[in-house]
Design a protein around this ligand. Structure first.
Ligand SMILES: Nc1ncnc2c1ncn2[C@@H]1O[C@H](COP(=O)(O)OP(=O)(O)OP(=O)(O)O)[C@@H](O)[C@H]1O
Ligand SMILES: [Mg+2]
Length: 361
């Protein structure tokens, strides 16, 4: 990415709402003619970032440069934001709201453009309706009409453009997005649907808790997904087995990893020591930290005289490269005298999402 191609650059973008840090030091650069995806779970800061990048909201710290300049007028002139939920006054009629908006943006042939937008979005028969009288999907289409009316912006940011749209309407919007790409516009597409992003984006930013976790090129992302797509997560709660016995399930072919969470084990120990009430807390530790914890108890001169594996419940996550080992896993658990209290296989999509966000690893 050469610096002269970067038309919009945000550095260290941070935004608080009261005490809540909605955005935490995010760096982003948008080049001419490229499409950047922003992906993240609810509340991760995507819409906040969109408002800041389009000059609607000021960051508390960090800077935005458009064509190398810190200039809010230039920023707002060059960035078109399609809001997640429209900000049009719901008591306005569709036609009047769009005319008002188009005039603010100095569009001369606005009548023709609005007619054309409503025709393409199949909203023509609603032009005299009040926005409040429209369905959620139709209200979204009024917001999306902006895509067809204003074509002077170099960058178009679309916040959840397909949310609440039926498939046919989404394809009309996608067709318009492709036109914009052909016109060398830069697009930023925000979504929690990775498929929609990947249909357009050259790069994808992952946001979680207001922070940029990672940035992927589309090739890297596809590789990551191919890698994850054969992975399954088997969740089990087991009794009557030691951590060592559970860990030995890793020897089964196609079992990639076995994670034993020892919080229940810890709570068992604390209870045994009469510490479960009072100030003792049940803490969450990964399997690798178990020994350290037990060492610490020793160092504190507390001896665990006996703790029978009969009393212990273990929460186990087993990552599988395929579903083949399922029966071998259960067979081995029963052979060792284990008891299965809970079993769940999670869909791979969830896992991809969690993997990309660095959770569930
Ligand atoms: N106007 C506001 N006042 C107070 N808190 C806000 C405001 N706007 C956003 N937040 C908080 O900032 C965080 C980020 O919100 P944001 O809307 O940017 O998330 P998002 O990633 O767009 O989520 P979603 O996928 O649900 O649209 C959330 O915790 C939210 O509660
Ligand atoms: Mg949002």
């Amino acid at each position: 990415m050469t610096s002269e191609r970067r038309i919009l650059v945000g550095n260290g973008l941070t935004k608080y709402y009261g005490n809540k840090k909605a955005l935490d030091g995010v760096d982003i650069a948008i080049c001419r003619g490229e499409t950047v995806g922003i992906f993240g779970p609810n509340g991760s800061g995507k819409s906040t970032l969109a408002r800041i990048l389009s000059g609607i909201t000021d960051p508390d710290s960090g800077a935005i440069r458009i064509f190398g300049q810190k200039n809010k007028v230039l920023l707002r002139k060059n960035v078109l934001l399609i809001y997640q939920s429209t900000l049009f006054d719901h008591s306005d009629r569709v036609w009047d709201a769009l005319v008002f908006w188009a005039k603010i943006h100095g569009i001369r042939d606005y009548k023709y453009r609005i007619e054309e937008a409503l025709r393409r979005l199949e909203l023509h028969d609603k032009k005299r309706s009040r926005i409040s009288q429209l369905s959620t999907g139709q209200q979204k289409k009024v917001e999306l009409a902006k895509l067809f009316i204003r074509d002077d912006a170099s960058i178009v940011i679309l916040d959840e453009p397909f949310a609440n749209l039926d498939v046919a309407s989404a394809s009309i919007v996608k067709e318009r997005m492709r036109e914009l790409v052909n016109e060398e516009k830069s697009l930023v597409i925000i979504s929690h649907c990775l498929d929609d992003i990947m249909e357009f984006a050259n790069r994808v930013l992952l946001l979680s808790n207001g922070r940029k976790i990672r940035e992927y090129t589309i090739d890297e992302l596809q590789r990551e997904i191919r890698k994850s797509s054969t992975t399954w997560l088997l969740e089990l709660t087991l009794r009557r087995l030691s951590i060592k016995e559970v860990k030995s399930l890793e020897e089964i072919e196609d079992v990639e990893k076995v994670d034993v969470s020892i919080d229940r084990l810890v709570s068992g120990i604390l209870e045994r020591l009469g510490l479960s009430g009072g100030s003792a807390k049940v803490i969450q530790l990964g399997a690798s930290e178990a020994n350290e914890f037990l060492e610490k108890i020793k160092a504190d001169n507390v001896s665990v005289l006996s703790l029978s594996k009969e009393e212990i419940q273990l929460d186990v996550k087993i990552y599988l490269a395929s579903l083949n080992p399922l029966s071998s896993i259960l067979k081995k658990i029963f052979e060792k005298g284990g008891e299965v209290k809970y079993i769940n296989i999670r869909p791979k999509e969830t896992l991809i999402f969690e993997k990309l966000l660095g959770r569930g690893e």
